[in-house]
Design a protein. Structure first.
Ligand code: SAM
Length: 277
């Protein structure tokens, strides 16, 4: 760790921190961003060698320890970007992924009207973005995790949205209302695949947000089973799934619906749109 001295300045701190974190991917940019953030200064200020106080150094040392322990950058700074907005995140919610923005891209081409349901809202990033970007005003967003809902409500206040967040176990409870659109990025990693994930994911992201503890398809079976009682006639579900390897299985689960597959920004199959005709 870095030791404090009265004359400690930013160039030395930055250079030593970069040496310690040399093996960590992206750490050079991240430590620079972090010091700029705590000093509330520009990169130019950093390189004009501003003083580093004892308190600043404690924060920098904490950042370094967290990085060495594989803590994701977003959890250290408690912020993650989704569709250009910053969302509060902690270890109770999944870090938003760019693939999920495909749902926003798709709905921008065909804005829904009526009632919208999101299942498994996590940080609330998707529902809040749909409200703010598409002007959808009637969104109910659920999660089985109470601590995730606390984060979603914090983001709701931060961004000034009016979503109804509800505690609900999708796999075991029914819905009282009908919806015109259901969106979800459900946990779709299979129990077996969990072992292939990086340490930064396995050790820090909530497992309940990643996997169904089975073959990764439990949520799609449930959506297919209850979809027609949850959707109004003509309504649709737009669900994220795990790309090429799940496409055929997901399509066969929704064979009773009118289906289309939508690719993500990397041209990988990412969403299924299932319409209740
Ligand atoms: C992949 S994360 C998606 C989070 C957020 N929508 C996003 O895209 O960043 C899946 C979410 O589903 C929630 N979840 C897991 N099991 C659930 C269940 N049985 N009922 C409702 N939500 C559930 C998790 O807590 C988690 O927040």
């Amino acid at each position: 760790m870095l030791l404090y001295r009265e004359d400690l300045k930013s160039i030395e701190v930055l250079s030593k921190a970069k040496d310690i974190l040399a093996e960590q991917p992206n750490a050079k940019q991240e430590i620079q961003w972090f010091i700029r953030n705590i000093k509330n200064c520009t990169t130019l200020d950093l390189y004009s060698n501003i003083p580093i106080s004892k308190k600043d150094l404690e924060k920098i040392n904490l950042f370094i320890t967290s990085k060495l322990n594989d803590v994701p950058f977003q959890y250290i700074v408690q912020s993650a970007s989704f569709w250009g907005r910053d969302f509060f995140v902690n270890e109770n919610v999944l870090i938003p992924r760019p693939e999920t923005e495909s749902i926003v891209v798709h709905l921008k081409k065909n804005t829904p009207s009526g009632r919208v349901l999101e299942v498994g809202t996590g940080s609330g990033c998707l529902s809040i973005t749909l409200e703010l970007e598409l002007g959808i005003s009637n969104i109910t967003a659920t999660d089985v995790s109470q601590s995730a809902l606390v984060v979603a409500e914090k983001n709701q206040k931060k961004h000034g949205s009016s979503i109804l967040f509800v505690h609900h176990d999708f796999l075991n409870e029914d819905f009282k209302n009908k919806f015109n659109l259901v969106v979800s990025n459900p946990p779709y990693i299979s129990k077996n695949e969990m072992t292939n994930l990086g340490q930064h994911i396995i050790r820090y992201e909530p497992h309940q947000a990643l996997t169904d503890g089975s073959d990764g398809l439990e949520f799609y079976r449930r959506f297919s089973k209850i979809g027609k009682s949850v959707l109004s006639r003509g309504g649709r579900m737009i669900l994220e799934f795990g790309g090429f390897k799940q496409k055929d299985d997901v399509l066969s689960i929704f064979e009773d619906y009118l289906c289309s597959i939508i690719n993500d920004q990397n041209n990988e199959p990412r969403l299924i749109e299932a319409v209740y005709e």
